[in-house]
Design a protein around this ligand. Structure first.
Ligand code: AMP
Length: 282
């Protein structure tokens, strides 16, 4: 696996892969790689593509009072996980390389960026869309892989790739979870052992809604209530939102007809966690 931190080296690498007749797959990350990131890399490797992993904690997507300065870092582990999953290139640019002095452009996906996590974190999705646009321009990948864990981000980036004619397929990869159901996340590192136990309520809330759905419940408010009941029973867990949404537009629904997504954000102590689940079937 090659490691580069200059944009031009990254661009040249991708051009060489394409010139040799290969396909380029891109996996953008903020580092502190875990099995969830590895699943994205492996999904690309599995198709025969040369996979580039970017590790960049993008300042634009953090609000002024958010955890950028404390975001966990482990460059050695990042290399190990990326190499172990079969990545061909690890791109680790500095903030100055990505946002040199005078950088003034922002990319906004209207509508999709405003709801749910966008409402709680103003500017967040603009930061994500801007950095992903830059990465897609640098690598010109044939496919880009994103986790379903960040479902709103996945939907929004699909829209971005389509709207801006990147000609790149945006592939969603199912959420990788711990044994007790908690979605793997770099932010889980912030949780104390007690908070980690309490965080179990998040996947349990989604499971309660899925069980109600499987019993035939089709009223979105009732499905939300099933999830909220579990969260309210968990001490130290504060709900930010629980929503039943159309899986493509992310608009909230009242009645459930066909497959829908439940989205959830909650604070466990001072850590904000998100998760979601498909509600489908009989
Ligand atoms: P992050 O480093 O948290 O920005 O995540 C980088 C990519 O990995 C995003 O596309 C995430 O959705 C994805 N990802 C993070 N956690 C998981 C997980 N537990 N399962 C699958 N994908 C994940």
């Amino acid at each position: 696996m090659r490691g580069v931190s200059a944009k031009e080296e990254a661009r040249r690498w991708a051009e060489e892969v394409h010139r040799a007749g290969g396909r380029v797959a891109l996996v953008p990350t903020m580092g502190f790689l875990h099995r969830g990131h590895a699943a994205l890399i492996e999904a690309g490797v599995h198709t025969g593509a040369q996979v580039a992993v970017s590790v960049f904690v993008t300042p634009l997507q953090f609000g002024p009072r958010e955890d950028l300065a404390h975001y966990p870092l482990d460059a050695v582990r990042d290399r190990e996980v990326a190499r172990g999953a079969g990545a061909a290139l690890l791109f680790t640019p500095d903030p100055e390389e990505m946002y040199p002095e005078g950088f003034a452009t922002r990319v906004e996906v209207a509508g999709l960026s405003e709801r749910w996590c966008g409402a709680a974190r103003p500017g967040h999705f603009q930061g994500v869309a801007t950095v992903v646009t830059k990465l897609l321009n640098l690598f010109r990948p044939d496919e880009a892989y994103f986790g379903e864990k960040d479902y709103q981000q996945l939907v929004l980036l699909r829209r971005l790739a389509r709207d801006l004619d990147f000609g790149c397929r945006v592939v969603g990869v199912p959420t990788v979870r711990e044994e007790d159901g908690l979605a793997l996340s770099s932010r889980n590192a912030y949780l104390s052992p007690e908070e980690r136990r309490r965080a179990r309520a998040i996947p349990a809330a989604l499971a309660a809604a899925a069980a109600a759905h499987a019993r035939g419940e089709r009223d979105a408010e009732e499905l939300r209530r099933a999830a909220l009941q579990v969260l309210k029973g968990a001490p130290g867990v504060r709900v930010e939102y629980v929503a039943v949404v159309d899986p493509e537009t992310l608009e909230p629904l009242e009645a459930v007809r066909g497959p829908v997504r439940m989205l959830l954000a909650a604070w466990v102590g001072s850590t904000r966690l998100i998760d979601n689940r498909f509600l489908a079937g009989a």
